[in-house]
Ligand binder design. Sequence first.
Ligand code: BG6
Length: 517
Amino acid sequence: MDDTSLANDTDNDDVTPEERLRAAQTIAYPSPAARPRKNQVDCPPFVVVLFGATGDLARRKLLCGLAYLAVSNLTSGMRIIGTSLDDLTDDQFRAFARESIESVGARKLTDAQWAEFAPLLSYVAQSAGPAALAARVAKEEKELGPGVQRLYYLSVPPKAASAVITLLKEAKLIDRSRVIMEKPFGQDLESAIALNAELHQTFKERQIFRIDHFLGKEAAQNILAFRFANGLFEPIWSRNFIDHVQIDIPESLGLDARAAFYEPTGAYKDMVVTHLFQVMAFVAMEPPTALEPRAISEEKNKVFRSLEPIQPEDVVRGQYIGYRDEHGVNPESDTETFIALRARIDNWRWAGVPFYLRTGKKLAEGQRIISIAFKEAPKSMFPANSGIGAQGPDHLTFDLADESKVSLSFYGKRPGPGMRLDKLSMQFSTEETSRAGDVLEAYERLILDALHGDHTLFTTADGIESLWERSIPLLDNPPPVKSYPAGSWGPNSIHQLIAPHAWRLPFERVWRGKKPT
Ligand code: BG6
């Protein structure tokens, strides 16, 4: 192994847990704008091999994120080798990357940035075999100089992961490497255990980064700051004060060209087992002893262990009308493109507080919110027609969009005579701060963390296995899918599922826009 000294490089077997903890606590990423130029950062040079390089995720997020990291001051030396089942030349792959970044990427590159980034990209078809990949990695490593590390991003369906691991083993590329595994991690408990066992035959746990990009969202991390860095909220963060919680991630987009992935996966495995339950753990967990991987995953895993098995009668599965006519979809498909469910966490903090989760494709709006509904106040002191409680309970709402927002809605007095109550709100948006430009897109943040060897925002084998275990009743006996029209909020039975409460979305009042500067 190369002797690369990294402040937080967990690839070193001699590092003690205390040293690792200290290192994790000392990571401080300066603002990209304020950074010195390249080669002055504490990140070693990296060869990144992107498997599934011509797939949907690479096109929408990964190439753009890698481009930003490569040309920003956050990394020092990076080469990206794309690989997939397609046969492309280096130039064709560069053209694909440029088109992706320009058409769907969240950040555009200037011509100068593109000229800097393009030569860092190359391509090896998976069919060229292990020797070709090894040769290309060796060539890039030589050009990068000493101390190079390797990062493999497996943006491939669960079934293809095995073949990639075998390829890496045959290419003798396991040393000095880290591997990012995309979700869903397995398809059920059995396959997740098998995948973990297979991975562990090749990689040490510290080399494995199971990604859940929702945890890389600025707003998701802000839940931890909000809960644990303030004295105000944690004392009321329990069943004594909270009535119910909603984690609601409707999407207006449809399948795009992802039928081959989506058909065997569906909304529960694509979104709930991964993103929604992970976010739920941030909302529900006990305070971790440190912002450090082991402490955070211990607390998250306790939430998963207290999660009651998901029962079919607590679930609404839906399928948008027209899904079965999509290209690549079985005309009799039973795959759900929508799911809403009631989850229960049976511990001292949360017993009796329902968590309502909803997500689906082709819904009325694209939103990503967590809404905490507080218990209603006694109403009798206010006149009968005052309007108290008329607009639902007071809420705290997190918006998980990139420009993260938080809103606290409450009843306040309507100006004028008498005592009429209106629902008012206090809102915060990162957009209003001078640091808004520093926000890293979720994949950028997590790839950067993996380059730094920091596991804090990644999921663990234990956590994922407990979630699959709690999913058994639903997976064994899924309720039939109900159809819903594209552009709606899902099948009608979602209202019975949440009664006597109501879904927060669609919002009665929209988020306030950015303040004029
Ligand atoms: C992905 C799912 O993990 O997350 C997609 O596979 C989904 O189906 C996407 O659309 C949503 O993520 P984001 O960050 O775009 O809201």
